[in-house]
Write a protein that binds this ligand. Structure first.
Ligand code: DOR
Ligand code: ZN
Ligand code: ZN
Length: 424
C-alpha cells in the first residue's frame, strides 16, 4: 500500500474543530493518522512547513460539458482542473448534450468519473430536456447516482413543477439547486442592466430578473416547509431576501461564486466576452452585499459555476455563450478578496468551500479525520502568483482572473489517497 506523509503543516479542518501544526499520514485511500508527530517509515514524505493542509474543496456548481460538448471540457479534463484548484469533490450540472435527465446519462457520468482526478457527484435535471415543463423521473435519477436536482443554465419555468420537485426531493434524498432567473425580464440581455450596459449601448439583464426567481423559490420553500438551495447569488436584493428568509426559518441555503465577490460590471467595458456569464457581473453595491452576505452567514457556500467555453466561442463579445472557468482560481480568489481584506478568516473561507457544500448536498466531503477519506489540499496561503490562462489544466481558457496576481497557491492535492496535483 502506498504511504504519504505530510510533515508539520497547519492542519485546518473547521468541521472537525482542527487547527494545529502536525503531520498527516495517508495510507491507501484513507487518512491513517492526523495531528501531532507521526512516525511513518517507508512513506513518501512531503515537507508541509509554512503550508496549510485542509479537506479537499467541494465545488457544488460545475459544468463538465460531458456528454456532448467535449470540445469545451470533458469529465477527465474538468477533474484535472479541479485537482489543480484543490477541489476533490464536485457537483456537475445536467445541462449537457444529451441532458442528465435520465438514469443512463447519470450512469455514463458516474462510470467515466471513476478514473478521474476528483469525485464527481451528478445533478440530475428537474425537467425533461431542461425544458422547464415536464418532470424528469427523479427517483430513477437518484437510483443512478444523482445527489441533486437542477435545471441550471435555465430556471424551471413551471412553478408547479419546481414545487413538486422541492417537495419530493427530501423524501428521495436529493438537494434542489435553483438557477434563479425570470426569463421574460432577462431575454436578450448580455450584461447587467445599468451604467455599463447603457454606456456600451447593449441590452441588459436587470437585477430584478434574478430577484424574481429568488423570491419565487423562497416562497415555495416557505409554503411547503422544504429546503431549497439558491445558486450563484449576485444581487443585493437576493442577498436581502435570503437573509430575511433564514431569519423566518425558511430552509434556504445559498452559494455565490468568486467573480461576484471580486468583480463588477465595469470589467465589461473591455468588451471581453470572458466576463460575460449568467447571472452577469453586477454593481459595486451588489458586490459589497454579496461580501456582507458571506460575512454574516446569509451565503453558506462558495462554488465556481465553472463554465468552460472555447476561445472560438468566446471571440465575439455579444455572440459568445455565458460562463467562465473557475476551479483553478477559486481558493486563491477567496484568500485574495475575502481573507486578505479581513472579511472572512481562513477557516471560515475553507468552511464555505468544503464543509458547507458537503452538508447541503449530503456528500462525504469537507472533513479531515483519521479513518476518513484521504481527500485533501495542501496550499501556501501566502504565495503570490499571476493567473496565466495558457497554464490552466482544463480545456478552455475563459478565466476572469486572467492576468491578475492572486495570493494562495495550491501545492498538492490528494484525492482517494492518490496525488492528483503537485506543484512542489
Ligand atoms: O454563466 C453561465 N454559464 N450560467 C449558467 O447558468 C450556465 C452556464 C453554462 O452552462 O455555460
Ligand atoms: Zn446557473
Ligand atoms: Zn451554472
Amino acid at each position: 500500500m502506498s504511504k504519504l506523509c505530510i510533515r508539520s503543516a497547519r492542519v485546518l479542518s473547521p468541521a472537525d474543530g482542527l487547527d494545529e501544526t502536525g503531520d498527516i499520514l495517508v495510507e491507501g485511500g484513507t487518512i491513517a493518522r492526523i495531528g501531532g508527530t507521526v512516525s511513518c517509515p517507508g512513506a513518501r514524505e512531503i515537507d508541509g512547513r509554512g503550508l496549510v493542509a485542509a479537506p479537499g474543496l467541494a465545488d457544488m456548481h460545475v459544468h463538465l460539458r460531458d456528454p456532448g460538448q467535449t470540445e469545451k471540457e470533458d469529465i477527465l479534463t474538468g477533474c484535472r482542473a479541479a485537482a489543480a484548484g484543490g477541489v476533490t469533490s464536485l457537483l456537475c450540472m445536467p445541462n449537457t448534450s444529451p441532458a442528465l435527465d435520465g438514469p443512463e446519462a447519470v450512469e455514463y457520468v458516474r462510470k467515466k468519473a471513476e478514473s478521474a482526478d476528483a469525485r464527481v457527484f451528478p445533478a440530475g435535471a428537474v425537467t425533461k430536456g431542461l425544458r422547464g415543463r415536464e418532470a424528469a423521473d427523479w427517483r430513477a435519477l437518484k437510483a443512478a447516482g444523482a445527489v441533486a436536482l437542477s435545471d441550471d443554465g435555465r430556471p424551471v419555468a413551471d412553478a408547479a413543477v419546481m414545487a413538486a420537485a422541492m417537495r419530493a426531493a427530501p423524501e428521495i434524498g436529493l438537494a434542489v439547486c435553483a438557477h434563479c432567473e425570470e426569463l421574460s425580464l432577462s431575454a436578450g440581455g448580455k450584461l447587467n442592466e445599468g451604467a455599463v450596459s447603457r454606456e456600451l449601448g447593449v441590452k441588459g439583464v436587470p437585477a430584478a430578473a434574478e430577484d424574481c426567481g429568488t423570491a419565487r423559490e423562497i416562497a415555495l420553500a416557505a409554503a411547503y416547509g422544504v429546503p431549497v438551495h439558491i445558486c450563484h447569488v449576485s444581487t443585493r436584493n437576493s442577498v436581502a431576501m435570503i437573509r430575511d428568509a433564514k431569519r423566518r426559518g425558511v430552509l434556504v441555503t445559498a452559494e455565490t461564486a468568486p467573480h461576484y465577490f471580486a468583480l463588477t460590471e465595469r470589467e465589461l467595458l473591455r468588451r471581453d466576452a470572458d466576463y460575460r456569464m449568467s447571472p452577469p457581473l453586477r454593481t459595486e453595491a451588489d458586490r459589497r452585499a454579496v461580501v456582507e452576505g458571506l460575512r454574516d452567514g446569509t451565503i453558506d457556500a462558495i462554488a465556481t459555476d465553472h463554465a468552460p467555453h472555447t476561445p472560438r466561442e468566446k471571440a465575439g463579445f455579444l455572440t459568445a455563450p455565458n460562463g467562465a472557468v473557475g476551479m483553478e482560481t477559486s481558493l486563491a480568489a477567496g484568500i485574495t478578496y475575502l481573507v486578505e481584506p479581513g472579511y472572512l478568516t481562513l477557516p471560515q473561507l475553507l468552511e464555505k468551500m468544503s464543509a458547507a457544500p458537503a452538508r447541503i448536498l449530503r456528500i462525504p466531503a469537507g472533513t479531515l479525520r483519521a479513518g476518513g477519506n484521504a481527500d485533501l489540499v495542501l496550499f501556501d496561503p501566502r504565495e503570490r502568483w499571476t493567473v496565466d490562462p495558457g497554464k490552466l489544466h482544463g480545456k478552455s481558457r475563459n478565466a476572469v482572473f486572467k492576468g491578475r496576481e492572486l495570493t494562495g497557491k495550491v501545492k498538492l492535492t490528494v484525492c482517494r489517497g492518490r496525488v492528483v496535483f503537485r506543484d512542489l
